[in-house]
Ligand binder design. Structure first.
Ligand code: FES
Length: 143
């Protein structure tokens, strides 16, 4: 798995923070925003479909799925592929947030890498990730 540099992660975090706090189409539970992050996503039994136009020029974005209370963080890897992380802490289910160069659970302090790997407990598992396929029209998150 490609590693994200600290600089890249911070840039991505800043984008997400600005996106969320600007009240645009972004959504982070910690910001208290509950509307869909990308208005025209579609979803069926197999997955979530994010228009490529929504991802244009971005290395990361938060999207909502009706399957989860927490957002999904879509991040572009260094090799250009995408990954989706469910921002739900595997310890007791709090919403994970981005802090500096980590994904952090505000409830009991578990920490994860930008790729969702466990750095520090009490969680014992990584964040849940889902495969993402880029087609000519969409990023498809497969559940
Ligand atoms: S719920 Fe995240 S560390 Fe406990």
């Amino acid at each position: 798995m490609a590693k994200t540099s600290r600089r890249t992660f911070l840039q991505q975090s800043a984008l997400i923070t600005a996106w969320c706090c600007a009240g645009g189409t972004g959504s982070l539970t910690s910001c208290g925003v509950t509307r869909p992050a990308v208005a025209d996503t579609a979803e069926d039994d197999q997955g979530l479909y994010v228009p490529l136009s929504a991802a244009e020029g971005k290395n990361s974005m938060l999207v909502r799925s009706r399957r989860f209370d927490e957002p999904l963080l879509l991040m572009r890897r260094a090799d250009g592929t995408w990954q989706a992380l469910l921002m739900r802490c595997p310890h007791k289910g709090c919403t994970v947030v981005q802090r500096n160069d980590k994904l952090v659970c505000p409830c009991h302090g578990s920490e994860f890498t930008p790729e969702g790997q466990l750095l520090k407990g009490p969680a014992r598992q990584p964040l849940t990730s889902f495969p993402v396929t880029a087609t000519s029209k969409h990023l498809e998150v497969r559940f």
